[in-house]
Unconditional design. Structure first.
Length: 247
């Protein structure tokens, strides 16, 4: 039987929530590990505790996302994800690597996630979906604050300033590889909003706004030069340069 436009949209939304479920499962493990690292390196105890709470939150989020994937007609497997590798490049000093992890996972990814969820809350008017979005958004804001607090604690050590050349990689890792490419019709349909998914063009708009208005100013205030990240954004928005001689 050939699927119709509505079926394709539901399948698209189910894939999005299934993917997010995997992201939340990985985040559960990542925050648990970060909590141990913060404790081992002598960061303020409340930071390690907040990372531990974030780990529990993300495990709960994974269940919520799995439920929404099923609500959209998809299924999520029960296999847990493998332990996620550290985000910092190999060879980073230990403390700088932990800071990299906190900034990438919280200041960049969780702040971006909070922006997406807040935007969705402006479109979804009630019911189970709105309740879930509100729960996830409130938690993601707290997880974002963890990263900003860790970053602030490192400013006077000079560790934070070293992150500037690596912010583009963090941004790249926080988005879908196809974000700055034209989407298929089902990627751009505004009916996706009713299933808790941003159309591609709106995803791009939210990412740019959150990065330019929240993430980069926050990094600059902590002593991280946002210049490399701004240049990276300009290149993504401009798109690839045309091939010489191409028509």
């Amino acid at each position: 039987m050939t699927s119709g436009p509505k079926d394709r949209l539901r399948a698209r939304a189910a894939r999005a929530w299934r993917f997010r479920c995997g992201v939340e499962r990985e985040a559960h493990l990542r925050f648990a590990r970060l909590s141990g690292w913060l404790d081992e390196l002598g960061f303020a105890r409340p930071l390690a505790e907040l990372a531990g709470r974030a780990s529990s939150d993300e495990r709960r989020h994974a269940g919520r996302c799995a439920d929404l994937a099923e609500w959209c007609g998809g299924a999520v497997g029960d296999l847990p994800p493998p332990a996620p590798p550290p985000l910092a490049p190999a060879g980073f000093p230990r403390r700088a690597a932990v800071l990299y992890e906190a900034v990438a996972a919280c200041c960049v990814t969780e702040t971006g996630s909070a922006g997406v969820l807040t935007t969705l809350l402006g479109s979804v008017r009630g019911g189970r979906l709105r309740t879930t979005l509100r729960e996830l958004a409130a938690d993601e804001v707290l997880h974002s604050r963890l990263g900003w607090a860790v970053l602030a604690s490192e400013r006077d050590r000079g560790t934070a300033a070293q992150l500037s050349p690596w912010i583009p990689a963090m941004l790249e890792g926080s988005i879908d590889a196809h974000l700055f490419r034209p989407g298929a019709p089902e990627d751009e349909d505004e009916a996706l909003l009713d299933m808790g998914v941003l159309p591609r063009a709106l995803q791009q708009e939210v990412f740019l706004h959150t990065t330019l208005e929240v993430v980069l100013p926050g990094l600059a205030a902590a002593g991280v030069d946002p210049g490399p990240a701004r240049r990276w954004l300009e290149e993504r928005v401009a798109g690839p340069a045309p091939t010489p001689g191409a028509r």
